[in-house]
Design a protein around this ligand. Structure first.
Ligand SMILES: *Cc1c(COP(=O)(O)O)cnc(C)c1O
Length: 380
């Protein structure tokens, strides 16, 4: 018997998104009592207590639909970024916003999106699901941005241009002036294109204003910024992200979004997280200090570490020792989950999220043990 329903061809070819491994998976697989997860760039301090209270306090209200358009949250975010509420789009994680921007602006048959290679995989995956052509511009060998190459690739068919700063998985942040002149040049060359600057990690930089055009408030009209509550606000499991963008474009977004994709508890928790300045300050301090500690310790172990403005570090193991895949597997056996970057086409690279002090210390000491116990391969 033939099964008749057939997906859109792009769906058939799609490799599913490869998320970081979960704590439960690794605990069961290796029969461990405790597992440290430094794989998905989550908040090392957990959840803001104010956000937890907000969830508890609103639990009895979940029989109600949320208000359409999340107006209270939009107002709070507008105030935070010194823009009008009409410039805010809110989504079920930035992922929903990325998906909808592609569907709204890049669905016609000629449409193309531009992104770097490698990049955050959601951009090309959601484009593929939508049947949108993806033009990938290779990063420079040092993981800096070839913005000239990206500008050269822009054409009348370019609808969206994605750049991530600080970047994932490298942590690289281009100089602000370069991003600004790129945005201006793009507006001239491809006036129909929207530049989407994903600033999911911008607040972790030692100086946010040095890496974020949004924080500086100076950028051309063709720009949308993405921010998320998944990292510094500690709400990854709830799913909450937002964009700051021109009001006309935000209007299209709200028309296209499912009316209640950001639910009542999420909105309450998001509002409370914005109020919890103390939690955020401690988070940012913990990440900046932990990042410096990990960079220093990894370097001392002979690893090559890329400079990072985000809450993670990309690194390579010393030459002539075990492979990244072997080290990753041995860390898993020791109950430590980091991110192998095979899915980014970087099989010899690893990425570790900055944890709390204890987690960082245990990760370094386990990695040191693994490196010390692995016989050196003879140099070729
Ligand atoms: C983590 C991350 C996000 C956040 O996605 P959410 O859907 O908001 O959890 C966005 N962009 C990049 C590059 C990320 O790494």
């Amino acid at each position: 018997m033939t099964i008749r329903p057939t997906p859109f061809p792009a769906i058939e070819e799609l490799a599913p998104y490869a998320p970081g491994l979960s704590i439960e998976e690794i605990r069961q697989r290796n029969n461990l009592t405790s597992v440290i997860k430094l794989a998905s760039n989550e908040n090392p301090l957990g959840v803001s207590p104010l956000a937890q209270n907000a969830i508890n306090n609103n639990a009895a209200s979940v029989f109600r639909y949320p208000r359409g358009g999340n107006p209270a949250l939009a107002a709070a975010l507008a105030k935070l970024h010194n823009v009008a509420p009409e410039n805010i789009a809110i989504g079920n994680g930035s992922d929903e916003i990325i998906d909808l921007l592609i569907r709204i602006f890049a669905s016609d048959s000629n449409a193309e999106i531009l992104c770097f290679e490698p990049c955050f995989s959601i951009y090309p995956i959601q484009a593929a699901i939508n049947g949108t052509k993806v033009v990938k511009i290779p990063l420079n060998p040092d993981f800096s941005f070839d913005l000239e190459g990206m500008l050269a690739a822009a054409s009348p068919e370019t609808r969206l241009v994605f750049i991530t700063t600080p970047d994932n998985p490298s942590g690289y942040a281009p100089p602000l002036e370069r991003v600004r002149s790129f945005a201006e040049a793009l507006a001239k060359k491809a006036p129909g294109a929207l530049l989407v600057i994903d600033e999911a990690y911008a607040d972790f930089a030692n100086d946010e204003k040095a890496v974020s055009l949004l924080a500086n408030g100076i950028y051309p009209e063709n720009t949308a910024f993405l921010r998320t509550f998944s990292k510094s606000y500690g709400l990854a499991g709830l799913r909450l992200g937002y964009a700051v963008l021109p009001s006309r474009l935000a209007g299209y977004y709200w028309r296209a979004r499912l009316p209640f994709s950001v639910n009542l508890l999420v909105e309450a928790a998001g509002l409370a997280a914005l109020e919890d300045g103390a939690f955020r300050e401690t988070t940012l301090k913990t990440v900046r200090e932990g990042r410096a500690y990990l960079a220093e310790q990894l370097t001392a172990l002979g690893c090559r570490v890329w400079p990072s403005s985000a809450n993670f570090l990309m690194f390579r193991l010393p030459e002539n020792t075990l492979s990244a895949a072997e080290a990753h597997e041995r860390l898993l056996k020791a109950g430590i989950i980091i991110r192998a970057l095979k899915s980014y086409n970087l099989p010899e690279y690893l990425r570790v999220s900055v944890g709390n002090k204890r987690e960082n210390r245990i990760f370094i000491s386990e990695l040191a043990k693994i490196l010390a116990s692995s016989p050196r391969k003879p140099a070729l």
